[in-house]
Write a protein that binds this ligand. Structure first.
Ligand SMILES: CC(C)(COP(=O)(O)OP(=O)(O)OC[C@H]1O[C@@H](n2cnc3c(N)ncnc32)[C@H](O)[C@@H]1OP(=O)(O)O)[C@@H](O)C(=O)NCCC(=O)NCCS
Length: 183
């Protein structure tokens, strides 16, 4: 469980499927992936895949609960990927559209970045972001990532953002050495 000022990031549960569907069945969210809204079955498969990933790697996507509202409003976490034969860990995030523009993705991603570097002791994080997804690119920049390379996959153009612990210059008020993680 990771706690920030406004959020709880906790391991995803199969019971989260319905609340996650509120995010992934929203055309505004799915536009970021150039995809159709998820059906319930697709959502179940997505959650199941993440639970298997969590079991295999010991980390995965967390569900995000807004502490004051008591509602599941997003996900943020770490996914093992293979990019061009190189194993990487991707930091990702998706939020319910009625909670956008309040700095919540930046808050969650900052906490997850700190957890990855300080608790999991990962040396590098990446985010694979479509070139059209300016909101996600801005979140990546705000947590200290920079564009590393351009990638084309299945006809879509992405920026690969990346950061390493050594490369990070913590912005004021964002001290890296003190994660508010309880495990
Ligand atoms: C990307 C996403 C998680 C951002 O969530 P959010 O909580 O609104 O982000 P924040 O409030 O922390 O905003 C971070 C920055 O992005 C900027 N931003 C937000 N939406 C933007 C947009 N549409 N275009 C440009 N910048 C945008 C904000 O202004 C802020 O920058 P600033 O502090 O310099 O003003 C949210 O838009 C989302 O869930 N999108 C759909 C799913 C998605 O794209 N996931 C990522 C896939 S790579």
């Amino acid at each position: 469980m990771i706690e920030t000022a406004r959020l709880l990031l906790r391991p995803m549960l199969i019971e989260d499927t319905e609340a996650l569907l509120q995010i992934f069945a929203d055309p505004a969210v799915m536009a970021a992936f150039n995809a159709e809204p998820f059906t319930r079955r697709q959502m179940e498969g997505w959650v199941q895949k993440n639970l298997v990933h969590q079991e295999r790697y010991g980390y995965g996507l967390c569900s995000i609960v807004h502490k004051a509202e008591g509602e599941l409003i997003g996900n943020c976490g770490l996914t093992h990927m293979d990019i061009g034969g190189v194993p990487v860990v991707e930091l990702g995030y998706d939020f319910r559209s009625d909670y956008w523009h309040h700095g919540l993705a930046t808050e969650a991603a900052t906490a997850m970045r700190n957890y990855a570097f300080q608790v999991l002791r990962l040396s590098r994080l990446v985010s694979l972001i479509r070139r059209t997804n300016l909101a996600s690119q801005r979140v990546a920049e705000k947590i200290g990532m920079t564009r590393a390379e351009e990638i084309t996959d299945h006809g879509h153009n992405y920026w690969l953002y990346a950061c390493s612990l050594e490369g990070l210059i913590p912005p004021r008020g964002d001290s890296l050495p003190t994660p508010s993680s309880t495990g």
